[in-house]
Design a protein around this ligand. Structure first.
Ligand SMILES: Cc1ncc(COP(=O)(O)O)c(C=O)c1O
Length: 305
């Protein structure tokens, strides 16, 4: 959506959270960022502290993608509530689902009206509670039906219980591990949604063997490097600077003066970490016995038995 709307993406490589970009570096690269979009992947809160500082220092909008982390928090505050906008997905694969749909939150009246007009073009015709001087923008009509809204309200009531259970499972599994495999670092274990266990290894070989041994025991394990377009190097439309039409469109926009360049290997540290990590999804309905069995399997896989 960003690219269709003429915006350029600047990737921030994992592990560089504390030294993202200074203003001098931005100026040197002729970049003039407008907003930062932290993405809370796999239920794990992003390291928001340094990103918020950067946004404040440079007057950047802060838009949180909490689509995979509905119900999570960072330092006690709900994910999605830190900046101007928070986005949540309710599609089939997410922590709570309504089949399709999602939600965006903001405390800014102007942004609220733009979000409404964007997702429902009818608002600019019929939105009687919209201030008369609100500039009208075109929309895309991504309305969710009221029936799905009703599902969402019921699902919302189950959310805290799901997250509490999965968070507790994650803490238990991590707490039971001794030595190898190591739990991947977490930015806030108390705010983590617990949807995914991440095990980290020193080498890609070790991680691959561990993943295979878990699978042999019937545990569905995946290395994040193999999750297709979740990994930036597979965003061919960014790497190749293409768009929905074949003429470059937003990338060739004469108003864009920046020099953003992309390459599949531009964030080698990110790719290395994703390849050395093995993920296993949790389930809020797992019993204590099921968790113990999983820990046994994890240990067996780690020992190569
Ligand atoms: C991180 C992230 N952002 C955005 C989305 C888009 O959400 P939706 O499918 O509800 O449009 C998804 C999920 O598909 C996601 O995982």
């Amino acid at each position: 959506m960003w690219i269709i709307n003429g915006l350029k993406v600047l990737m921030v490589c994992y592990g560089h959270g504390h030294r993202i970009m200074t203003r001098q570096k931005m100026m040197k690269k002729n970049l003039s960022p407008v907003f930062i979009i932290p993405v809370h992947m796999a239920g794990v809160p992003a390291n928001l502290g340094p990103l918020l500082t950067l946004a404040q220092e440079h007057g950047l909008y802060f838009i949180e993608d909490a689509c995979q982390a509905v119900g999570g928090s960072y330092q006690g505050r709900p994910l999605g509530s830190f900046g101007e906008v928070g986005a949540f997905s309710l599609n089939f694969y997410k922590i709570i689902g309504t089949g399709e749909g999602g939600a965006a939150i903001t405390s800014d009246r102007g942004i609220y009206d733009r979000i409404r007009m964007h997702h429902d073009t009818g608002v600019s015709f019929w939105g009687s509670d919209m201030p008369a001087d609100t500039p009208v923008i075109p929309g895309v009509n991504y309305r969710m039906s009221e029936l799905l809204g009703a599902f969402a309200l019921v699902q919302l009531g189950r959310l805290d219980g799901f997250v509490e259970n999965m968070r507790a499972i994650k803490k238990r599994v991590y707490g039971m591990l001794e030595g190898t495999p190591r739990p991947a670092p977490q930015n806030d274990p108390d705010g983590d949604c617990g949807t995914t266990l991440h095990f980290q290894f020193d080498s890609v070989d070790q991680a691959t063997r561990f993943e295979e041994r878990l699978r042999e025991q019937g545990v569905s394990a995946t290395r994040p490097i193999n999750t297709g377009r979740h990994v930036y190097s597979n965003w061919e439309f960014v790497i190749n600077k293409t768009n929905i039409c074949d003429q470059g469109c937003s990338w060739d926009c004469p108003r864009y003066q920046g020099t953003a360049t992309y390459a599949p290997d531009m964030c080698p540290n990110t790719l290395d970490i994703l390849a050395r990590t093995v993920g296993v999804s949790t389930d809020p309905f797992w019993t204590a016995d099921q968790v113990n069995t999983l820990v046994d399997k994890v240990e067996t896989a780690a020992q190569g038995k």
